[in-house]
Design a protein around this ligand. Structure first.
Ligand SMILES: Nc1nc2c(ncn2[C@@H]2O[C@H](COP(=O)(O)OP(=O)(O)OP(=O)(O)O)[C@@H](O)[C@H]2O)c(=O)[nH]1
Ligand SMILES: [Mg+2]
Length: 301
């Protein structure tokens, strides 16, 4: 299955729910009036696009309709597509402009960090890159083992310490190894942590500090993994994590399992942090760069 087909498949639930609602709404109206906009706004909010973003989308659609003198409700779908595409912005690929470059993956428990790192390591390896993965989730032995299974599958190197050791030390070792061996990229896994647990966020600050020190002069991505099935709470998580470690991008996971894919729009609009990767399943190649045009095409067509 090609990239686009996979994304389309992954977004099936979101499309059925969100686009289904929008189409029914547009069918119910014979002319464009304030009632229509009111219902459109409600529909967007119900589709897990936050209130602010929904209001903004409706305002832009309204302007468009006025500007172009549109009267047919059926035309709103195309306008909506254009407005949403604009909000999603341009594709922002991972910065891997130095050798090594560094990618730190953070996020709450179970959002898909380790799995995504496995997929990403595999993808980069297939592009001919020398990849080193750091097992900096040292909380549980099982976490290190899980990552090892993925790195073996991807055929990339793993730097690990014992369970319970200092995660910052693992990161330090991985970065030292990467510099010595001229690896192209180091990807660091971290333990899941709740964004409102102070001590865990302090630990993350420390890891982030070490990475920033050690990776000085290197391209550095701090990627927050967000589970698309969480809906609006994801925005909250992003704000808290951003305070502990300056996030450079978002990985939106589990887009395949949810009807709440509309959250992407809120994330791009509200957070001003680019979505860089999306994952659409549990298999090793269920990962893709986030391309706004593909996203809206998959949703609207
Ligand atoms: N359907 C689906 N499941 C996913 C996706 N990504 C991850 N998962 C599943 O989500 C579960 C958690 O994934 P992990 O990678 O272990 O998550 P984590 O963030 O590393 O978890 P902790 O280390 O415990 O914080 C696993 O069962 C994965 O298979 C995805 O894109 N789609
Ligand atoms: Mg993990």
């Amino acid at each position: 299955m090609g990239f686009f087909e996979k994304l389309k498949n992954g977004l099936r639930k979101t499309k059925e729910s969100m686009m289904g609602r929008i189409e029914r709404l547009l069918h119910a109206f014979t002319k464009i009036d304030e009632d229509l906009f009111e219902e459109l706004e409600e529909t967007l909010i119900l589709s897990d696009i936050g209130v602010n973003t929904s209001v903004k989308i409706c305002d832009r659609v309204r302007d468009y309709v006025k500007q172009k003198g549109i009267t047919d409700p059926a035309m709103i779908k195309d306008i909506l597509k254009e407005v949403i595409a604009e909000m999603l912005g341009e594709e922002q690929p991972l910065d891997m402009s130095t050798v090594p470059s560094v990618i730190l993956v953070i996020g709450v428990n179970g959002v898909g960090k380790t799995t995504t790192i496995g997929k990403l390591a595999n993808q980069l390896k297939n592009q001919g890159k020398h990849v080193i993965v750091a097992a900096a989730d040292t909380f549980r032995a099982a976490a290190i083992d899980q990552l090892e299974v993925w790195t073996e599958r991807a055929g990339v190197e793993l730097i690990k310490h014992k369970e319970g050791s200092d995660p910052a030390a693992v990161v330090f070792d991985a970065l030292t190894a990467a510099k010595a061996r001229q690896a192209d990229v180091v990807i660091c896994d971290t333990a899941g942590r709740l964004h409102n647990k102070k001590n865990l966020m302090k630990e993350l600050e420390k890891i982030s500090r070490i990475v920033h020190q050690q990776a000085e002069g290197c391209a550095l991505e701090v990627l927050l993994a967000l589970d698309a099935t969480t809906g609006q709470n994801a925005v909250n998580q992003a704000q808290q994590f951003n305070e502990a470690a300056d996030i450079t991008g978002i990985i939106l996971t589990k887009l395949d399992g949810t009807a709440k894919g509309g959250i992407v729009i809120t994330i791009c609009d509200d957070l001003k942090i680019p979505v860089k990767l999306v994952t659409v399943g549990e298999k090793i190649d269920d990962i893709q760069p986030f391309i706004a045009k593909d996203f809206v095409d998959a949703l609207f067509e």
